[in-house]
Ligand binder design. Structure first.
Ligand code: IPD
Ligand code: CA
Ligand code: CA
Length: 261
């Protein structure tokens, strides 16, 4: 594993940010609601993002910083850009579910080059650099070989956009007919890393933001898997898009079902 400075920086920042999640207290007292049903933000989302901005830009002062909690987002497509979700799955965080993650990606001119997703509750640090493979706590990981019929899937319900609810459940229903079972864990970033390390075969969500998937998508592709939009087109780092991710067999089988409409 080649430990470049940028790789070391994002892994260390993700780990330190995770300690803030672990030390959180009285989380429910720090909740406010953002736009969209059930879209919570806590003081910890803001604290972790501020911490990450300082930590990452200290080493790479010229990089752009795209963080979920900013109201105006910087350019993710030119030069170096950090794409950061300080707490992926705030809803789990607020409920004490112990299944949330810090997600940090680094892109250069619109191409993902480094990613780290840290689940502090299990002390699991997933990481990847472009062309160098994917790792869990330093050990190389890879996707499973299972086909759709042998596999389980996880999915996101696009909770902040109720107009996508029926469509999400329809796709989930189609997959239930063809796969073994489904899971709804709550963190899009951890769904991607669960697929990357072979725990789950497929995942989808009708709309996700770049900070939800950027780090996880690189980790997945470096683990031998693939993530695209539901119609097979590439993910977009400068705007939200749909996503289907999986090992290559399950992903190809999903696309062949033509469920993107
Ligand atoms: C959300 C979680 C959730 C997914 C949503 C995301 P947030 O992130 O990843 O699983 O279904 O689409 O927005 O808002 O808790 O960081
Ligand atoms: Ca998120
Ligand atoms: Ca978040």
């Amino acid at each position: 594993m080649k430990n470049t400075k940028m790789f070391i920086t994002i892994k260390s920042a993700a780990y330190k940010a995770g300690q803030i999640l672990l030390s959180a207290q009285e989380i429910r007292n720090s909740v406010t609601e953002k736009e969209g049903v059930g879209n919570f933000v806590t003081q910890y989302d803001l604290n972790v993002q501020n911490f990450l901005r300082k930590e990452l830009l200290a080493d790479f002062p010229d990089a752009h910083f795209v963080g979920e909690e900013d109201t105006v987002h910087e350019d993710a497509l030119h030069g170096l850009a950090f794409i950061v979700d300080p707490i992926d799955c705030t809803a789990n965080f607020v409920r004490g579910m112990n299944h949330s993650a810090v997600s940090i990606a680094l892109a250069r001119d619109g191409e993902l080059i480094c990613g780290a997703v840290y689940n502090p509750y299990r002390d699991e640090l997933f990481s990847a650099q472009k062309g160098e493979g994917a790792f869990l706590n330093g050990d190389r990981i890879s996707v499973s070989e299972r086909t759709l019929s042998e596999g389980v899937f996880c999915f996101g319900t696009s909770p902040y956009d109720r107009s996508l609810r029926a469509r999400s459940l329809k796709i989930a229903g189609e997959l239930m007919d063809r796969m073994q079972d489904l899971r709804r864990f709550g963190s899009a970033a951890l769904d991607l890393t669960d697929i990357a390390c072979g725990r789950v075969e497929l995942g989808f969500e009708c709309i996700l933001q770049p900070w939800d998937f950027a780090a996880g998508a690189l980790i997945l592709s470096e683990a031998g898997g693939i993530a695209t939009q539901l119609d097979g087109s590439p993910l977009t780092l400068d705007r939200p898009c749909s996503i289907v991710s999986g090992n290559r067999k399950a992903h190809a089988e999903f696309l062949a079902l033509g469920l993107s409409e």
